[in-house]
Design a protein around this ligand. Structure first.
Ligand code: ZN
Length: 272
């Protein structure tokens, strides 16, 4: 499977504990085309200058990760959550990122339906500002194992329905880790189409998986048919970057990030 490295993007969190400056230099010298910036990677930095530096290294700034987390039982908390998303939009604008990825949130102290209504309301509250700044919002459906406390948008069909309701200004970040199991995947990718598919994230599902959050596998080490899903995505006309996003507390994060990067480069031609 040919994978031009310049079509590959890596999330800053993947090469933890590298600082963003180290990641930028290393990605760039490996021929990687883009970087997705996690907000914590910007802490203590001038965001405008950091964005310039990434571009000067030759990287495309693909997105800022992440906003969302809208639901809460109290109105004051929901307001704070919306304010945090507005701040993320300002950060994306300063960085020069055209997209924010949204993990929509959930609150175990209230019914799912309530949280889902609050997600819709939260999105409605931030769409006008996103449009002003010309920044796209990408809803990332998360695996249903996260429905209680992390995100209760859990299928691509549900994300497509939300986009239908909200209209232009929102699209979808498709992450193979969250959707690979879905028997309706092919149909829902076609339904989303090129206009709505704003980001494509890859990693692998390990068997067994030892942690619900921090045991994502390297592409090729698990059971996801990544080339198959990529084929479905590209059949829509998607020509954006392919983003490597791996959280791996006991494996990749404890290795030398140089080795992690080398492995990603190798797997780009064999497992994506
Ligand atoms: Zn993702």
């Amino acid at each position: 499977m040919p994978s031009n490295l310049n079509k590959l993007c890596i999330h800053t969190i993947t090469t933890r504990p590298w600082e963003i400056e180290q990641s930028s230099e290393a990605f760039s010298s490996s021929g990687i085309g883009g970087i997705t910036v996690w907000r914590q990677a910007l802490e203590g930095r001038n965001i405008v200058k950091t964005g310039d530096r990434l571009r000067n290294d030759g990287l495309e700034v693909v997105s800022l990760c992440r906003g969302g987390f809208f639901p809460a039982t109290s109105a004051s908390r929901r307001k704070l959550n919306i304010d945090d998303n507005l701040q993320a939009l300002d950060e994306a604008a300063a960085l020069g990122a055209p997209l924010i990825v949204l993990v929509c949130g959930a609150d175990p102290d209230q019914p799912l339906a309530t949280s889902r209504d609050q997600i819709r309301a939260g999105l409605e509250a931030i769409i006008p500002r996103a449009e002003e700044l010309n920044i796209k919002l990408a809803i990332e459906p998360l695996h249903p194992m996260y429905a209680a406390d992390r995100a209760c948008v859990n299928t691509l069909a549900q994300a497509n329905d939300l986009c239908d309701e909200l209209g232009d200004g929102v699209g979808i970040a498709l992450d193979v880790y969250h959707v690979w199991w879905d028997p309706d995947l092919a149909r829902q990718i076609a339904r989303a189409g090129r206009e709505r598919l704003l980001a494509f994230h890859v990693c692998d599902w390990l068997v067994p998986t030892t942690d619900l959050l921090l045991d994502r596998g390297m592409m090729g080490d698990g059971v996801i048919d990544i080339p198959g899903i990529r084929g479905l995505v590209e059949a829509t006309g998607y020509d954006g970057l392919i983003e490597v996003e791996i959280f791996s507390a006991n494996n990749w994060w404890v290795r030398d990030p140089d080795e992690v990067l080398r492995t990603i480069v190798e797997r780009a031609s064999t497992a994506i």
